[in-house]
Design a protein around this ligand. Structure first.
Ligand code: NAD
Ligand code: UDP
Ligand code: UDP
Length: 343
């Protein structure tokens, strides 16, 4: 492994992401915004493991230090409490921009803040990328397709989004973030990458973030009924977090701007998901129906042929394989909660 230069003369510039990963490549300095969150912390694990330097920027709205505690003390790791809505000066090669609450419960909690995070936060990170010549990756979302009229969704589909609804702060916020990203690319020649992420699950999701997989798994462990919203016939496609992290890194290191759908094409109704959770955790678990939320997309399934052919990426872990991998993490945290230790 080659050595790293001091921070003052670190090799910034357009070479950032072009250096292939592997033995003998230069060690990179990488910012992960939102790195204390669910996806971000798994991405940090991978980047640290392959030998790079990582700076996490997070305001801890939905993220937790516990997700990164195993890196504290590592000289290649730095954690900065900072809100991306405010400007920041750093010197790095790559920026993975994840900062934004992802669960509908969290992003609706303070919708104006969600918009500021998506618009001003993304603007600041793009301004940073422009100043230092870093490569910038935006984690956008399948929500840009809204309640889709095309199924499965290809990247060429422009979406069906309500601009004035309860989900708009997130959907339209991410759409604007994509626009900003492309405008910095076209106008300021910033090297950019756009990922459109579909529903992702795994260890370290917030226990009570309201997302369907974390809700069902926590409910089954706590011996509570699984809450199915609406008639439960709406569909989603669930991706295990390590598949997503591999896709994000392949996108950052590759030569294509995107946007790329990153998701698992396996499509499930919420009732089918409840059934898989029952089989995995507790076959005696019951189901309770609740009213659905406003503007809930009826179906969602990625067409991933673009990522397959241009990034040579596809998910490897099915829902039935992935669910058990998050159960022990949830069990441990729920047990700690019960014992009053909190988490
Ligand atoms: P998460 O809520 O677990 O993580 C988001 C992180 O961003 C948290 O650590 C939070 O504290 C931080 N953050 C929020 N606002 C911030 C701000 N203003 N300044 C600094 N930090 C801030 O969510 P996640 O599931 O890890 O999602 C990560 C990214 O991936 C998000 O941008 C999300 O929109 C996108 N995404 C996730 C999914 C999914 O299913 N998990 C699907 C589509 C898109
Ligand atoms: N920015 C930042 N860090 C930097 C460079 C820029 O946070 O290293 C912010 C800057 O404060 C501004 C945004 O990014 O709010 C956009 O910067 P840009 O230079 O593109 O635009 P301008 O400052 O001219 O509005
Ligand atoms: N949902 C559910 N029970 C829950 C939480 C969510 O049936 O306890 C449904 C929700 O109505 C939606 C789907 O699960 O149709 C996915 O919701 P989630 O919040 O996980 O993600 P998103 O709506 O962003 O895809």
């Amino acid at each position: 492994r080659d050595q790293i230069t001091g921070s003052g003369i670190y090799g910034f510039g357009k070479t950032g992401g072009r250096v292939p990963v592997g033995i003998g490549r230069r060690r990179l300095r990488i910012v992960v915004t939102g790195g204390a969150g669910f996806v971000g912390s798994h991405l940090v694990d991978k980047l640290i493991e392959r030998g790079d330097d990582v700076i996490v920027i997070d305001n801890f709205f939905t993220g937790r230090k516990d997700n990164l505690v195993h890196h504290l003390g590592n000289p290649r790791f730095e954690l900065i409490r900072h809100d991306v809505v405010e400007p920041i000066l750093l010197e790095v090669d790559q920026i993975y921009h994840l900062a934004c609450p992802a669960s509908p419960v969290h992003y609706k909690y303070n919708p104006v803040k969600t918009i500021k995070t998506n618009v001003m936060g993304t603007l600041n990170m793009l301004g940073l990328a422009k100043r230092i010549g870093a490569r910038f990756l935006l984690t956008s979302t399948s929500e840009v397709y809204g309640d889709p009229l095309e199924h499965p969704q290809k990247e060429t589909y422009w979406g069906n989004v309500n601009p004035i609804g309860e989900r708009s702060c997130y959907d339209e916020g991410k759409r604007t973030a994509e626009t900003l990203t492309m405008d910095y690319h076209r106008g300021a020649e910033v090297e950019v990458r756009i990922a459109r992420i579909f529903n992702t699950y795994g260890p370290r999701m917030c226990l009570d973030d309201g997302r369907v997989v974390s809700n069902f798994v926590a409910q089954a462990i706590r011996k509570q009924p699984l809450t199915v919203y609406g008639d439960g016939k709406q569909t989603r496609s669930f991706q295990y977090v390590s598949d997503l992290v591999n896709g994000l890194v392949a996108l950052m290191e590759g030569e294509h701007v995107g946007p790329f759908n990153l998701g698992n094409p396996g499509e499930f109704t919420m009732l089918e998901l409840a059934q898989v959770v029952k089989e995995t955790i507790d076959p005696s678990a019951t189901i309770e129906f609740r009213p659905n939320t406003a503007d809930d997309p009826h179906k969602r399934k990625p067409d991933i042929s673009k990522a397959k052919s241009l990034l040579n990426w596809e998910p490897k872990i099915s829902l039935r394989e992935g669910l058990p991998l998050m159960v022990s993490d949830f069990q441990k945290r729920i047990l700690n909660e019960d014992e009053g230790k909190g988490y």
